[in-house]
Ligand binder design. Structure first.
Ligand code: GLN
Ligand code: ZN
Length: 836
């Protein structure tokens, strides 16, 4: 019999209960016990939900109080010294198993009751049985603002918008079992009567996700406490960029032999607790690997296969197909292999052709764990039946393509959603019901689920035929597109002097990235308007007042290119999506971004059109208040695409072109209204890049084309800015240059301008504003520090190319910090203009 299973479930709770409990705990409003009780209640509710949906084997250990990679770092005792956790005297000795059956188990990193200390010797003293205490765990995740201990770095989990905590290892790092979260979670599920499969991040992927601290860089790796969404990390380690394929993984993989005994011990304890299968997530097995990484896989699994006789290993790959790692994957001594058949349906035939060893089960990920569309059960079943006919149902698991962490929990909560569009969607709960139906079809035949198959067929057909999905005028416009529309007549360097003259800019022009602090008053203004508590006229006057204040402040500070401050925007994608056609919005469709932070991505379901201007009146109002140029601020097409749930019925690049045309029209309207500088933000440009090297050139070609489609129609004297943050630029500099922006403003201060190296090596021709002020920290940089950064930049670039600006938008900061910081920034630029 085929088995219905799941790889992972969202943790945050349908009502974001985990978020509330975490934030209350961090604020000192609830006890650790209360937090752990909320977590235990969520786990239980989620297991019940999965079982009720028809899932035979539920995952355990996928739950996390903050992040599963951080959990793994704690499991293996990889806690950097600055968190003050000293492995206790019995380190290295066998540690007696923690008392089992504890319902609060998975939060095991337990502090002594009432212990609210930040990381430090006090917290360490509270550690029971040598395990990592809760407050050390949170210090690693968030830093300890009071003591100035920075958090670990954070970066994107592969090509998702989920951020994981980057484990920080040192050369020769010692590992020891220091958290039994997964063992206790398993006992907890068992005691509640669930058939459960523990989930671990596999050892090779763990090492490839980590960063190795070089002695010189000690301490520099962390991020400032309390960074906010998408604004951290990206400097080191990192899934998206450095797989084993770039030859940089060697020193990390050298730690494998020290790591495997800890995994072995966990497997033995799980087996002793009654586990029959253990899931090991190895997403890197589906990415580009070099020979040392492949060897690491062979060594790791040869060892783990011996660790707990009788325990069966379920190896999970996802986010890509196995491709050139197929033989490697099939050769590993595991008992089940999970394939992501949504990302790469063709790999099933490849695997069958290569020969599935008789002892191997396949887990087939046929329901999309990354997107919100209802599955085409017919198509999924065709794949499953093919596998059943080849291998027999008894060797199959049916599953979502990956953990459901990346989708909202329950579509049933969306009572306000347009019923037609709702009929096209499935969230985590509905996806598990699809998995169950498919499993039943395999085991009992199609007739057993005839009703569900018919409903799926009808839904697929209804979506295909719906006029809501298509706009002929958008499609015609796309069909008529001519390449010249994505090109300006000259290249950026030729436009430089024309623009500087027109704008009256001095050397080293100063500007900001767009948003000014979103004060509680600004947030309240928007919220009251949304809830109908104030009328539109009152709201708009409130926004205009905010714009006046921001413009006056910038004039007073002496900035050269001003912004309107973005007070009317809640989120840089949602703001535009709400004004475009083709998008739908949920009320409860939250997805974890990191820790307690969630995002509610718009759902892009149809052809995109712009019914009217989206930003023009705010920008022109701001421009009417000053003689200095005010920038029009727009979010770019790639970022809107990347931070939405996107339709799966046409290629992403087609959808992206449609968005680009809508933004292009906005650019044209801004220019026609007299706006002389327009900025297109593309913070997700790097992140949207495919995981496999071989797929990147095609992506970069259409992504840059979309950007140029946005800007291609403007006059020579109109200056185009773009902004990207938390990116590594090394491998995409050709594409960045091909954007042909007049000015690129990038995050650079935290890397001490190192990010500029790529621009220097490529002789980047346009203007560059390397951020000189780290907006992730409340710290106000002194004038001399900013000057030093600018001198560093000027040493490698032509000073005539340089702009002076912060790293990113200021919306998460307070005016008390922003005013003096910008004052110092302008002062630094002035002094250097004198000196140079
Ligand atoms: N213009 C946006 C802002 O200033 C850019 C945000 C971002 O890059 N994430 O907030
Ligand atoms: Zn930014």
């Amino acid at each position: 019999m085929a088995v219905a299973t799941n790889l992972g479930f969202p943790r945050i709770g349908a009502g974001r209960e985990l978020k509330q409990a975490l934030e209350a705990y961090w604020d000192g409003k609830i006890s650790a016990d209360a937090l752990l009780a909320t977590a235990a209640a969520l786990r239980r509710r989620h297991w019940e939900l999965q079982r009720a949906a028809g899932i035979d084997v539920v995952p355990v250990g996928d739950f996390s109080l903050y992040d599963h990679v951080l959990d793994t770092a704690c499991m293996v005792g990889a806690v950097p010294a600055r968190y003050g956790w000293a492995p206790s005297a019995e380190a290295g000795a066998a540690i007696p198993p923690a008392p089992g059956g504890d319902a609060a188990g998975a939060g095991r990193a337990t502090p002594a009751a009432g212990q609210r200390a930040e990381a430090g010797p006090g917290a360490a003293a509270a550690a029971a049985a040598g395990e990592v205490p809760l407050d050390v765990y949170f210090a690693m995740a968030r830093g300890t603002p009071g003591r100035g201990v920075p958090a670990l770095e954070m970066t994107k989990w592969f090509d998702t918008n989920y951020h994981y905590i980057v484990p920080e290892l040192e050369p020769g790092q010692a590992f020891r079992l220091a958290s039994r979260k997964v063992v206790e979670g398993f006992r907890e599920a068992r005691s509640l009567g669930f058939e459960a499969r523990p989930v671990l991040l596999g050892p090779v992927s763990f090492l490839l996700l980590a960063k190795l601290r070089t002695p010189a860089g000690a301490g520099a790796a962390g991020r400032a406490p309390e960074a906010s969404r998408g604004e951290a990390g990206g400097l080191g380690g990192g899934a998206a960029g450095s797989s084993g394929g770039e030859g940089v993984a060697g020193p990390r993989l050298a730690l494998l032999d020290g790591l495997l005994p800890v995994y072995g011990q966990v497997l033995r304890e799980l087996a002793a607790a009654g586990a029959t299968w253990v899931q090991l997530d190895e997403p890197f097995l589906a990415l580009d690997l070099d020979e040392p990484a492949r060897a690491a896989y062979r060594r790791a699994y040869a060892t783990l296969a011996q660790a707990a006789p009788g325990l069966r290993l379920f190896l999970a790959t996802y986010f890509e197909g196995l491709r050139d790692n197929l033989e490697l994957a099939l050769s590993l001594p595991v008992q089940a292999l999970h394939l992501d058949l949504v990302r790469d349906p063709g790999q099933l035939e490849q695997v069958l052709a290569a020969g599935v060893p008789p002892t191997l089960h396949l887990s087939l990920g046929v329901v999309d764990g990354r997107n919100v569309w209802r599955a085409d059960l017919e198509a999924a079943l065709a794949l499953l039946e093919r596998a059943r006919d080849a291998l027999g149902a008894g060797r199959l698991f049916v599953a979502p393509s990956c953990s459901l962490l990346h989708v909202p929990i329950d579509l049933d909560l969306e009572t306000d959603l347009d019923p037609e569009i709702k009929g096209w969607l499935a969230f985590a709960k509905q996806k598990l019901e699809e998995v169950a139906v498919l499993t039943r079809a395999l085991n009992q035949g199609r007739q057993a689920v005839a009703g569900a198959l018919e409903a799926s067929r009808a839904a697929v057909e209804a979506r295909r035929r719906s006029p809501r999905r298509t706009r002929p005028e958008v499609q015609e416009r796309l069909a008529r597109l001519n390449p010249d529309e994505a090109r300006r007549p000259s290249r950026a360097p030729q436009r430089r002097s024309l623009q500087r003259e027109r704008l009256g800019l001095p050397p080293l022009p100063t500007t900001t990235i767009g948003s000014f602090p979103q004060t509680p008053e600004v947030r309240r203004l928007r919220a009251r308007w949304r809830h109908g508590e104030i009328d539109t006229a009152t709201y708009e006057e409130g926004i205009r007042a905010e714009i006046r204040r921001v413009i006056r402040l910038q004039e007073e500070l002496g900035l050269d290119v001003l912004v309107h401050g973005e007070a009317e925007r809640n989120d840089m994608v949602e703001y535009f999506a709400e004004q475009l056609e083709g998008f739908a919005f949920t009320r409860h469709g939250w997805v974890q971004s990191y820790g307690s932070r969630c995002v509610k991505p718009p759902i892009l379901y149809g052809d995109v059109a712009r019914p009217g201007p989206m930003t023009v009146r705010w920008i022109t109002y701001a421009q009417s208040l000053t003689d200095r140029p005010v920038k029009g601020m727009l979010t770019g097409p790639v970022t809107i695409l990347q931070w939405s749930f996107v339709r799966d019925d046409q290629p992403r690049e087609v959808t992206c072109r449609q968005i680009a045309l809508a933004i292009r029209d906005e650019v044209q309207d801004l220019e026609a209204a007299g706006i002389r500088v327009i900025q297109i933000d593309e913070p997700a440009f790097r992140e949207a890049m495919p995981l496999r090297q071989a797929d990147r050139p095609a992506y970069l070609a259409w992504a840059t084309e979309c950007f140029r489609l946005v800007t291609g129609g403007v006059r020579e004297e109109t200056q185009i800015h773009t902004h990207m943050c938390y990116s590594e630029f090394n491998d995409i500099l050709d594409a960045i240059a091909a954007l042909d922006a007049d000015v690129i403003l990038i995050e650079a201060s935290r890397s001490g301008m190192e990010l500029l190296d790529a621009f220097v090596q490529h002789r980047y021709p346009s203007d560059i504003g390397p951020g000189v002020y780290d907006i992730h920290s409340p710290r106000v940089p002194p004038v001399d520090e900013i000057k030093a950064l600018l001198r560093k930049a000027a040493a490698v670039l032509d000073p005539g190319q340089l702009w002076v600006n912060p790293d990113c938008g200021l919306k998460t900061r307070r005016y008390e910090e922003v005013e003096p910081a910008l004052r110092h920034m302008v002062q630094a630029a002035r002094e250097l203009r004198e000196e140079w």
